[in-house]
Design a protein around this ligand. Structure first.
Ligand code: AMP
Length: 572
């Protein structure tokens, strides 16, 4: 992959990619894996896999090519191909890489799921995405998937890692062993669907944002220009593949750039993380504010003895990274965290503090090459303000915040919300994609996050839609109504709280709340379920009947009802 010194254009970034042999089009998995083998890099380590049990194994690009070929062959033999969706519910292991990239080779759509979800969010996503296949482990099948499948009309085929499969599933091990190690990727159009990622809004069920193979152009360009990935880097993305960062920048971008990716199966642990940075000789690290705040909590002693001098570039994404965290990185670790911004729909990084460009502590940075951004004046309820000509009004005053809008299209822009064309169309206005984020822009063009325009909650970097949680709470026999909102938290950014109206005669509130908590944890999973409940007599609503979640949050924090501005995450 070579870069010229000419100004950046997407057309130029496309030339960095190989394309399928014989003019067969553009396939993301070919760019990520096979291309390196064809160009003589097959013995390079693609994945360094760290197990929960302390194990460490390596997989070369050549081995990954063979395994993904076998997986694509298995799918083809099972009649799974273009138009079918292959879900992956797995801990952070090579299984995710093999299933996602193998599915892309077979031109199926790949959709990784967050393994900390409970059965309800899993079931919703399998239903909306019309799952043809789910690839998982025996443990996750037994603990979560079996319950999730119980309510589905159309049952997917369940492929389970290894040689033993629980009843009702098929063991993947023998199928892979029988499959051909060679696979010819069929002709693939850049506009063929490739990746499906679910995200949430204030209302309604999760939305399936669909991305196409062309997205790999953004992944290649941002991998190189924003994360600064280059030959022989050892890269670590700490995000779970069940969220978009863990796929776009945990799987695709580093492989496309031909570097070695470290994949750690274990959960956060400060000592373990410093040991990985040191012993795995990480040169580029992509992490998140919640993790950085947890490292801050663990104190500088946790890093004692860890040699971090090989770390050339560190980046953060997913929630606001406060100036204090950037300054702490610099002084305590000698690391400069580069904040960047994007979302599921954008498919790739859109705004960033890039290598070689001065970091402004607390700012998300500048639009990346190839992206034009503006701010559009937006009412407090999220509606766009319009000028006399009916067009949106661009905000130019650095003191005024506006909704961040990006000029469409770009290669990794989502192409649909599955089955919701109107909702998709509502995201665009006058050629701008509306992000739903309020930001400020200083006189030098740096963007500063202010808040969301809607009520979605970012907790530990995970986006939670209040309606999805409320629906589960309302299913509890003692709950008449509920409202779910985020409350500022010094580590997780926000945590999920719920106000519930209990049905009369439902019993002692304490016992009822314990039962509601258990109900929500078992169905939603601990990562999504509310951490705290309050009982209220009624929910505050607008005249049109919409729940005023921000008001509940303000009340809980003891703020005056009208004083909502002080609650925004940048002040949290
Ligand atoms: P998701 O689609 O789950 O990746 O969530 C995207 C949302 O996360 C954005 O719309 C923002 O609200 C938030 N977000 C992502 N990156 C940042 C950042 N660097 N600073 C502040 N908020 C961010």
């Amino acid at each position: 992959m070579t870069e010229s010194s000419s100004p950046f254009s997407w057309a130029e970034a496309r030339t960095w990619l190989a394309g399928l042999p014989d003019g067969g089009g553009l396939n993301l998995a070919h760019e990520a894996v096979d291309r390196h083998v064809a160009e003589g890099r097959g013995t390079r380590v693609a994945l360094r896999l760290l197990g929960r049990d302390g194990s460490a194994t390596a997989m070369t690009y050549g081995e990954l090519a063979e395994l993904t070929n076998r997986f694509a062959g298995v799918l083809t033999r099972l009649g799974v191909g273009p138009g079918d969706t292959v879900f992956v519910l797995s801990p952070r292991r090579a299984l995710v890489h093999v299933a996602v990239l193998g599915a892309l080779k077979a031109r199926a759509v790949a959709c990784p799921l967050f393994s900390a979800f409970g059965p309800e969010p899993i079931a919703q996503r399998l239903h909306i995405g019309q799952a043809a296949v789910v690839v998982t482990t025996a443990e996750l099948y037994t603990r979560k998937l079996r319950a999730a499948l119980a309510g589905l009309e159309r049952l997917p085929l369940v492929l389970v890692e290894g040689d033993d499969a629980p009843e009702g599933t098929v063991a993947l091990g023998p199928l892979l062993a029988d499959a051909d190690a060679r696979y010819r990727i069929p002709e693939t159009s850049p506009e063929d669907p490739a990746l499906l990622h679910f995200t949430s809004g204030t209302t309604g069920l999760p939305k399936g944002a669909l991305h196409v193979h062309e997205a790999v152009v953004t992944h290649a360009a941002t991998g190189r220009l924003v994360l600064g990935l280059r030959d022989h880097d050892v890269y670590w993305c700490t995000a779970d593949p069940g969220w978009v960062t863990g796929t776009s920048y945990g799987i695709v971008a580093p492989l496309v750039c031909g570097v070695t990716t470290v994949v750690d199966e274990a959960d956060f642990d400060a000592l373990r993380w410093y040991r990985i940075l040191d012993e795995a000789q990480i040169t580029v690290w992509y992490t998140a504010p919640t993790a950085i705040r947890m490292l801050m909590r663990a104190g500088p002693d946790a890093a004692t003895g860890a040699d971090l001098h090989r770390l050339r570039f560190a980046a953060s994404v997913g929630e606001p990274l406060g100036a204090d965290a950037v300054q702490w990185g610099r002084s305590a670790l000698g690391i400069e965290f580069h904040d960047n911004w994007w979302q599921t729909e954008t498919g790739g990084i859109m705004v960033a503090n890039r290598p070689g460009v001065a970091v402004r502590d607390g700012s998300m940075g500048l639009p990346v090459p190839g992206i034009t951004a503006t701010l559009l004046r937006t009412e407090e309820d999220g509606t766009l303000c319009r000028g006399d000509d009916g067009h949106p009004i661009e905000v130019r005053d650095p003191a005024e915040s506006g909704q961040l809008a990006l000029q469409a299209p770009w290669p990794s822009m989502f192409r649909a919300y599955l089955g919701q064309p109107e909702r998709y169309a509502r995201c665009f206005e006058d050629g701008w994609y509306l992000t739903g984020d309020l930001v400020r822009r200083d006189t030098d063009g740096y963007l500063w996050f202010v808040s969301r325009v809607d009520d979605v909650i970012k907790t530990a970097g995970h986006l939670i839609g209040p309606f999805e949680v409320e629906s589960v709470l309302n299913d509890h026999p003692a709950v008449a109504e509920s409202a779910v909102y985020g409350v500022p938290d010094p580590v997780a950014g926000s945590v999920v709280h719920a106000a519930v109206v209990l049905r009369t005669g439902s019993g002692a509130p304490d016992a009822v709340l314990r039962s509601v908590l258990a109900h929500s944890r078992s169905l939603l999973g601990a990562a999504v379920a509310p951490r705290h409940f309050v009982v209220v007599d009624e929910l505050p609503k607008t005249r049109s009947g919409k729940i005023m979640r921000r008001l509940l949050r303000a009340r809980e924090l003891g703020l005056p009802d009208g004083d909502l501005s002080t609650l925004e995450p940048s002040h949290a």
